[in-house]
Design a binder for this molecule. Structure first.
Ligand SMILES: C[S@@+](CC[C@H](N)C(=O)[O-])C[C@H]1O[C@@H](n2cnc3c(N)ncnc32)[C@H](O)[C@@H]1O
Length: 190
């Protein structure tokens, strides 16, 4: 295993997940370090120029990394890149047909409520047991068009209210943990 922290790797590749911008990498290290040496699969929605995909490749050396974006950049890494729109159910169906079940999904795509919800509701069932689904930049929920706080509060009800007055039926009863970290929502699956 490499001795470099995820933040060291993030700084090297210049992704805004590093400590000089959003500081997500050190928190991801905390939640994902037990998977670092495993043959995991990770899907990130939102590639941009591929800096974060390179970060994941260098962190999960035995892992398989997938990137999904409406626009595919020129990329010289190992990750598999898939073109599509995260709000389009057909594109998402094509995506999961390729990836199968994955250990980690990171939504760093459009940061728009409808897109984030469509992607989450479609992709949650493709997260493996014990895996994670992360929605990044939830500060955009405060006037920036990101995922509605009422939707998130509904998920809190879903996780914590076994009598189910949340209106979700049996949906999402397999969320084990809902972690609100600065600008990040991390959901762990039972
Ligand atoms: C913040 S950037 C991703 C940054 C990258 N994850 C990183 O950390 O280096 C957001 C990306 O989301 C993509 N995007 C925007 N709307 C999208 C949509 N509806 N479906 C898929 N990708 C989208 C954009 O093309 C852009 O590349």
């Amino acid at each position: 295993m490499s001795t470099f922290s995820l933040d060291d790797i993030a700084l090297t590749h210049g992704t805004d997940k590093a400590s000089d911008v959003h500081d997500f990498a050190s928190r991801y290290d905390r939640y994902f370090c037990h998977l670092r040496d495993e043959e995991i699969s990770l899907l990130e929605l939102g590639i941009y120029q591929g800096a974060s995909l390179k970060m994941w490749e260098d962190y999960f050396l035995k892992g398989k990394v997938f990137g999904f974006d409406i626009q595919i950049p020129r990329y010289d890494g190992e990750a598999t890149l898939i073109q599509g729109n995260q709000s389009n159910l057909d594109d998402l169906a094509d995506l999961v047909a390729l990836t199968g079940q994955v250990d980690i999904i990171i939504d760093d795509g459009s940061h728009l409520h409808a897109d984030q919800v469509t992607s989450f509701e479609c992709l949650w069932e493709y997260v493996k047991s014990g895996g994670y689904y992360v929605i990044e930049d939830i500060h955009t929920s405060y006037g920036g068009g990101g995922i509605d706080l009422d939707y998130l509060y509904g998920l809190i009800d879903r996780v914590n209210n076994s009598e189910d007055q949340s209106g979700y039926g049996n949906e999402y009863s397999d969320i084990a943990e809902l972690i609100f970290s600065k600008s990040l929502l991390i959901m762990k699956k039972i």
